[in-house]
Write a protein that binds this ligand. Structure first.
Ligand code: PEP
Ligand code: MG
Length: 368
C-alpha cells in the first residue's frame, strides 16, 4: 500500500541519515546498476568483468589465452576492446557521478576454456579432426590446472597474458573519456584482484598507469582514476602495510579470504561436508555467510590497522558476500571500514543494518 511504502521509505531515509558505513552494490550490467541505484547504492563496489568474456566472446578469449603468437593474441584483444568499452560506458552512464570499482578479469581459467575431456572425446570420435580443434586441445592441456581456484587467476593471469590488462584499462579509460565528452561525471576506479604481494600490485599498477597516461595524451583529457586492490588472500592481509603503499583503496574479498583462511573450497564446502559439520556443531553458521570474527575478521582488522598507519586516507570496503550479511555489517562497522558492497537486492537491509550498527556504537560509548 502507499502508506506502507511511505513508512518504509521514511525508515530508510532515517537510516541513511544515521549510518556511517556507505553502502555500494556489486553489479556488472547497466540494468543491475540502475536497479542498485534505485535501491540506494552509493556506487558500485565491485563490477566483475569476467562474465563479459563469456557467451559470444568466448572464442575471442580462447584465442587470446591460447594464442600461439603475438599477432593472433593482439587480434583477439583488438576485437575485445570496443566491446569492453561499451560494457563500461553503459555502467558508468547508469552510475553517473558515483564511484564504480571495475575489477580486472579474475576467472579461474577452466571457466573460459573448452572442457578438456569433452574436447578429447570429440576428437577421438572424429575421423578427420579439425586441425584447429587439435591445436585447441593441445593448448587446453598445456594450461590445465588441478586447482584452478588456486591457479592462474586474477592478477596472475593479468600479468601472464601480454596485453590483457592493458586492453581492459584502455577500455575503462576510453569509456571515461566518452562519458566526459557527453557531459557526464564518470568516476571509474580500477581494482586488481588476488594480489598476494606488493610486487604484483606494483607491476599491475605500473601497467595501468602507463595505459591511462597513453589515453590521456591521445585524447588530451586529464584522467583521474584511482587504482586499488582486493585483499582476499591471507598473505595480502598480513602484508597490508606494504601493499597500502601502492594502493589507493582496499576492498576485502571475503569470499576468497574465507576460502583460503579456512582451506575450504567455496564451490564445494556447503554442498559436501558442511551439513555434516553443522549437525556436529562445528559451525553455528557457514563462515561463507557470516564473517568469522576470530579468523577472517582478525585478518580484516589487522589489515585495516596496518594500512591506515601507512596511508591514513586509504579507502576501505568489503565486496564479498558478507557485505550484505547483517551480523557481518556490524562487524565491518566496528572494524572501521568505509563501505560495504552487496548484491542490489540486499541493499535496503544493508542500509538499515549499517544504521543499527552506528546506533549500537553510540550506545556503547555513551554508557562508558
Ligand atoms: C571475493 O573473493 O570475496 C570477491 C568479492 O571476489 P569473487 O567472489 O569474484 O572471487
Ligand atoms: Mg575473489
Amino acid at each position: 500500500t502507499d502508506e506502507l511504502t511511505a513508512a518504509v521509505l521514511d525508515t530508510l531515509a532515517h537510516a541513511d541519515a544515521v549510518r556511517r558505513l556507505q553502502v555500494r552494490a556489486n553489479a556488472d550490467t547497466p540494468e543491475d546498476a540502475v536497479r542498485a541505484r534505485a535501491l540506494g547504492a552509493q556506487g558500485i563496489g565491485l563490477c566483475r568483468t569476467e562474465h563479459m568474456f563469456l557467451g559470444e566472446r568466448r572464442s575471442l578469449v580462447e584465442a587470446m589465452i591460447l594464442a600461439r603468437d603475438d599477432t593472433a593474441r593482439e587480434r583477439a584483444l583488438a576485437a575485445l576492446l570496443p566491446l569492453q568499452r561499451e560494457d563500461f560506458t553503459g555502467i558508468l552512464t547508469a552510475m553517473d557521478g558515483l564511484p564504480v570499482t571495475i575489477r580486472l578479469i579474475d576467472p579461474p581459467l577452466h571457466e573460459f576454456l573448452p572442457d578438456r575431456t569433452e574436447l578429447a572425446v570429440r576428437l577421438a570420435r572424429t575421423e578427420h579432426p579439425d586441425p584447429h580443434e587439435r591445436e585447441l586441445l593441445d593448448a587446453v592441456e598445456r594450461t590445465h590446472e588441478q586447482n584452478p581456484m588456486l591457479g592462474l587467476r586474477g592478477v596472475r593471469l593479468g600479468l601472464a597474458v601480454p596485453g590483457l590488462m592493458a586492453m581492459q584499462v584502455r577500455a575503462v579509460a576510453e569509456a571515461v573519456v566518452a562519458r566526459l565528452r557527453d557531459g557526464g561525471r564518470p568516476r571509474a576506479e580500477i581494482m586488481i584482484p588476488l594480489v598476494g604481494t606488493v610486487e604484483e600490485l606494483r607491476l599491475a599498477r605500473a601497467e595501468a598507469e602507463r595505459v591511462l597516461a597513453e589515453v590521456a595524451a591521445e585524447t588530451g583529457t586529464a584522467l583521474d582514476c584511482p587504482i586499488g586492490t582486493m585483499i582476499e588472500l591471507p598473505r595480502a592481509a598480513l602484508t597490508a602495510g606494504r601493499i597500502a603503499e601502492a594502493a589507493d583503496f582496499f576492498s576485502f574479498g571475503t569470499n576468497d579470504l574465507t576460502q583460503t583462511t579456512w582451506g575450504l573450497s567455496r564451490d564445494d564446502a556447503e554442498a559436501s561436508f558442511f551439513p555434516l559439520y553443522l549437525d556436529k556443531g562445528v559451525f553455528d553458521v557457514s563462515p561463507f555467510e557470516t564473517i568469522d570474527q576470530e579468523g577472517v575478521g582478525k585478518l580484516v582488522e589487522l589489515a585495516v590497522q596496518a594500512a591506515r598507519t601507512v596511508n591514513p586516507g586509504l579507502e576501505t570496503g568489503v565486496c564479498g558476500e558478507h557485505g550484505g550479511d547483517p551480523a557481518s555489517i556490524h562487524f565491518f562497522h566496528r572494524a572501521g571500514l568505509d563501505y560495504v558492497s552487496c548484491s542490489p537486492f540486499r541493499l535496503p537491509a544493508a542500509r538499515l543494518e549499517a544504521a543499527r550498527a552506528t546506533l549500537e556504537g553510540t550506545q556503547t560509548s555513551d554508557s562508558r
